[in-house]
Ligand binder design. Structure first.
Ligand SMILES: [Zn+2]
Ligand SMILES: [Zn+2]
Length: 167
């Protein structure tokens, strides 16, 4: 046995190497010991949704163990990092061929969260530099990502309010 990889993707059967990120399904029936699903990309996780008919599911990013002995110790990798949340709308099949972009987590509005005039004023005061409009979009995306993580933390503690300590 000379396996140079950790496991195979449950969707596309591509090899998932040691120490690389992979994705699991949030639904417990997809994580039974011995028959757990692992996916090399969010797109591959997406692809199993129509067959499983999950009511609510999201992909959780994991990291494959560094070595084979470590793999024997833990089947779930080194720990949870990012969670891509996705609730498939009933009846509407997700597009399996489209891997989710990092920002495309859900249907929340993708509006500008940054007050452009204030940010530009800040940058100008600090440095005399101008700020391009793309910066506002990029920062909005980061703020959304930070909020998503904070939401997860609040949810884990059973709260309905996101608090400063969640960041
Ligand atoms: Zn795959
Ligand atoms: Zn699943």
């Amino acid at each position: 046995m000379s396996e140079g990889f950790w496991r195979r993707c449950s969707s596309c059967k591509k090899e998932i190497a040691f120490s690389v990120p992979y994705w699991i399904c949030s639904v417990s029936s997809c994580n039974r010991k011995g028959s757990s699903y692992v996916f090399c990309t969010v797109g591959c996780w997406d692809a199993h949704l129509p067959t499983m008919r999950h009511r609510e599911a999201w992909a959780e990013e994991q990291r494959a163990p560094a070595t084979a002995p470590a793999a024997a110790e833990s089947t779930q990798g080194a720990g949870k990092r990012t969670v891509i949340r996705r609730t498939p709308s009933p009846g509407a099949a997700p597009k399996p061929s489209t891997p989710a972009p990092p920002g495309g987590r859900n249907d929340a509005p993708r509006e500008m969260l940054i007050v452009a005039s204030k940010l530009k004023a800040y940058v100008r005061a600090r440095s005399g530099m101008n700020t391009s409009d793309g910066v506002m979009e990029e920062l909005s995306e980061r703020v959304r990502a930070l909020c998503d993580d904070a939401i997860d933390r609040a949810r884990e503690e059973g709260r309905k309010t996101v608090m400063d300590r969640d960041f």
